[in-house]
Design a protein around this ligand. Structure first.
Ligand code: UD1
Length: 419
């Protein structure tokens, strides 16, 4: 099994390019199911979750091929519009094929995703949305079985902001009869990127990026070409990597506006951060202050950067209160950070971090989920000695060559076969 060995103590410096966004690419690739023919995508990151998506699309009669970061998907009707458990269990986001399959074929059989390390993460809102659009739904033997001659537009009011739920609703509504209005919609940049591709295919959508999105259903969509937006979570992780080593790092080919909440928090903590059109630079710092953070839907601080920011706060002067406002049970990284010497007290949805520069020392740690893995790598950059991060298949789900990018900035990091 592969692990990452990182030896701390080096200040990072230089410039690094951000890859395409995993969380934008997944719904965009699933949206291809809405139109037969050949779709072209650029800036697609090379990740395990993308391979899982290609496998599910292959089971649905779509042929995909890659050339570097470009991907071509040829879509043709499947013999049965079914997403089997074996493929769905690898990646929860597979539920995103429910909307497109149902809208396109009037039926879908999609396995319920299994449990997840970060809270129970139900899919009730996805299912209710399809019912709202006129689908009959049964849950049978672990599968969502959905049927509708043709979906009919309606008003969908989410009682909780859900990124995936909004994306599924959007995709389903593009081919529904009449108008759909989504209220309390997610405003995340990944939702906006999906809407850009749906519009390229001919969908009529207004209001993306706001909390009310209106979709005028059309009879048919056409395949097109789209370049995936930069990954704001990877960009944020790389910035924090620079910050935690006290180094100076420029993160290039990103959208600084998508990271305003992180930039604000880094500045509040005492870092000098500059942003221009498509890059962000964090400057060298001798010390930084404990800073409180609460995660919430965009544009507030992203839950997907909570674990990484917590690693940074273990090295701050003073105390930080970190509140997880999106997922229950998303503090699995705390115990591993504590094993490295961090002083953190988790209490339900809140963690108190008492910063102490230089208190971390290398140890063997276990990655529990994707973003937790990244926080352990970051902590390793600041720890004395070598940290071995095990179970890095989590990291490979969502970061393209993280260790190579960090090594390019001067980190002492390598992938090793730990047997
Ligand atoms: C997406 C991201 C994930 C990120 C999360 C929140 C992808 C592939 N993943 O996940 O990285 O952490 O947004 O920004 O884009 N909920 C329900 N019922 C539902 C759906 C969600 O109760 O049917 C709850 C969830 O448990 C959570 C909250 O709603 O508490 C928000 O989840 P949601 O925005 O749907 O997250 P995902 O789309 O799964």
């Amino acid at each position: 099994m592969e692990s990452i060995a990182v030896t701390g103590g080096r200040k990072l410096s230089g410039s690094v390019d951000v890859s395409g966004s995993k969380n934008a690419a997944l719904p965009v690739l699933f949206s291809a199911l809405l139109a037969d023919g050949e779709h072209h995508f650029d800036n697609v990151p090379q990740l395990r979750d993308i391979v899982s998506t290609e496998q599910l699309l292959a089971a649905l009669n779509c042929e995909s091929s890659r050339n570097g970061n470009s991907m071509r998907i040829r879509v043709a009707p499947p013999s049965t519009p079914e997403a089997p458990y074996d493929l769905v269990r690898k990646m929860r986001a597979s539920i995103l094929c429910l909307g497109p399959l149902l809208a396109r074929y009037g039926q879908a059989r999609v396995s319920l995703p299994g449990g997840c390390a970060i809270g129970s993460r139900p899919v009730d809102l996805h299912v209710e949305t399809m019912q709202r659009l006129g689908a009959e739904i049964e849950i049978e033997a672990g599968y969502v079985i959905a049927k509708a001659k043709r979906l009919v537009g309606d008003r969908i009011l989410f009682d909780k902001v859900t990124v995936g739920g909004t994306e599924n609703a959007l995709m389903a509504a593009t081919l529904a009869r009449g108008t759909t209005v989504i209220e309390n919609a997610a405003k995340e940049p990944e939702v906006v990127d999906l809407v850009h591709y749906l519009q390229t295919m001919g969908a009529k959508i207004e209001g993306a990026g706001s909390s009310v999105i209106t979709i005028e259903g059309v009879d048919e969509l056409q395949p097109g070409r789209h370049s995936i937006v930069a990954d704001r979570i990877e960009a944020g992780t790389l910035l924090i990597a620079g910050a935690i080593t006290g180094g100076s790092v420029r993160v290039a080919r990103c959208e600084p506006a998508h990271l305003q909440s992180l930039i604000d928090k880094l500045r509040e903590s005492g870092f000098d951060v500059h942003a221009d059109q498509d890059s962000i630079t964090v400057e060298e710092a001798q010390s930084w202050k404990g800073t409180d953070v609460t995660t919430a839907p965009y544009p507030a601080f992203p839950t997907d950067l909570q674990a990484q920011f917590m690693a940074l706060m273990t090295q701050a002067e003073g105390t930080s209160v970190i509140t997880e406002g999106i997922f229950e049970n998303r503090f699995m990284h705390v115990q591993e950070l504590v094993r490295l010497g961090a002083n953190i007290t988790p209490m339900a949805q809140v963690a108190i971090v008492r910063g102490n520069r230089g208190a971390l020392s290398g140890a063997s740690v276990m990655a529990t989920d994707l973003r937790a893995s990244a926080s352990l790598v970051l902590a390793g950059l600041a720890a004395e000695g070598t940290t071995m991060v095990n179970r890095i298949y989590h990291l490979d789900r969502g970061y393209e060559n993280l260790e190579r990018k960090l090594a390019g900035l001067g980190a002492d990091i390598k992938r090793v076969n730990a047997g």
